[in-house]
Design a protein around this ligand. Structure first.
Ligand code: BGC
Length: 348
């Protein structure tokens, strides 16, 4: 009997353990479900956080675009027709102690010979071409005056010095053709100034820009009492647009030594029915830095004969057949130095 009661108890205990087991499983499920609920409840916060993040990012982005706007240079206005920086007649000085370093220091805004006005878009982009050989001091004086002069005129400009290599007779005109062709490889310059190294402009109202017609800028110079040398004089410093110069096939390549090449260019201009214009005489004034005639640039005795042939040969002789070998192109702080082998005089 007693044995039977034990058996009954054990059987009931089994159910009790089973019940306990079921209850703990339920409790565990309940706990797990609670966690899940909790995480579901957390999610809105997370969503909110993400949302907040997005807003912040948006705000940052709009801030960033405002800063970007501030950093992007505003489109520059066109420079005024008359620069407010012009000073008129200048007192020129030629200090023998001047060095290239001094001129570089004075023209920090010039890089590789080139300058753009900082506050406005220049009305013209101008390449200044200076043919050169062994005239370092003249070049230094010219650079010293020309850089600030051009900056006061608010021009986008670059200075090219074209050096004739070797000791064959000098050929100013061919060097200028080379300068034109080489400068156009750098930039689509709209205006070219063909500039002697020994002429320094005295008045910054003498604008180094091109006109509708070829322009002659040297009406007078100190050495000749500031008088135009003769009616058709077209030497020293001249300004022609890219198209005007192209139209006349540039300079002739066959004038070796001093004289005639500028008269030849005038004939080409006249043959194209263009008319030479000049600024007023009180403005177009130059100081010529004194020098003796260079050896290697003797007077060209053949020039009158050559001038007589210009109407027949200008189409073939010029930019179209300008053969040369560029020996080096140095981008110096104040100018681009193009050294070139242009050959030597050929019997013609
Ligand atoms: C020459 C020119 C020169 C002018 C002024 C003329 O006889 O042919 O090349 O520019 O004189 O010196």
């Amino acid at each position: 009997m007693a044995f039977c009661s034990v058996c009954k108890f054990l059987r009931r205990g089994k159910y009790f353990v089973l019940l306990l087991l079921v209850l703990s499983v339920l409790a565990w499920i309940a706990t797990f479900a609670g966690e899940t609920m909790k995480s579901v409840q957390v999610s809105p916060t997370t969503v909110q956080t993400v949302h907040k993040g997005e807003t912040l990012e948006g705000e940052l982005n709009s801030l960033r675009s405002v800063t970007d706007l501030q950093n992007t240079p505003a489109p520059k206005v066109k420079c005024p027709e008359e620069s407010p920086l012009l000073q008129g007649a200048l007192k020129l000085s030629f200090e023998s102690s001047l060095t290239l370093k001094d001129v570089e220091q004075e023209n920090k805004a010039v890089a590789e010979g080139q300058y753009r006005p900082p506050d406005c878009t220049a009305r013209q982009s101008v390449a200044i071409l200076i043919p050169h050989r062994n005239r370092e001091k003249h070049l230094l004086y010219l650079l010293h005056h020309l850089h600030p002069f051009l900056q006061r005129q608010q021009l986008h400009y670059s200075i090219y010095v074209i050096q004739q290599a070797g000791d064959a007779t000098f050929n100013r005109a061919k060097l200028l053709n080379v300068g034109y062709l080489e400068a156009l490889k750098d930039y689509n310059w709209e205006c070219f100034i063909f500039h002697d190294v020994d002429l320094v402009p005295e008045n910054d109202y003498n604008l180094y820009i091109c006109d509708k017609q070829p322009k002659h800028l040297v009406v007078g110079r100190n050495a000749t009492g500031y008088k135009l040398r003769y009616k058709g004089y077209f030497g020293g410093v001249t300004a022609m647009t890219k198209d005007q110069f192209h139209k006349v096939n540039g300079f002739s390549n066959i004038y070796w030594g001093w004289g005639g090449e500028d008269d030849d260019l005038r004939i080409r201009v006249e043959l194209q029915k263009m008319k030479i214009v000049r600024p007023p005489p009180d403005v177009a004034r130059y100081t010529m830095v004194f020098h003796k005639r260079d050896s290697g640039n003797e007077i060209n005795k053949d020039r009158m004969r050559l001038l007589g042939r210009t109407p027949q040969v200008w189409r073939k002789d010029g930019l179209k057949n300008c053969l040369y070998k560029t020996l080096s192109i140095e981008r110096l702080p104040l100018y681009v130095n193009v050294t070139v082998d242009i050959g030597k005089p050929q019997a013609s």
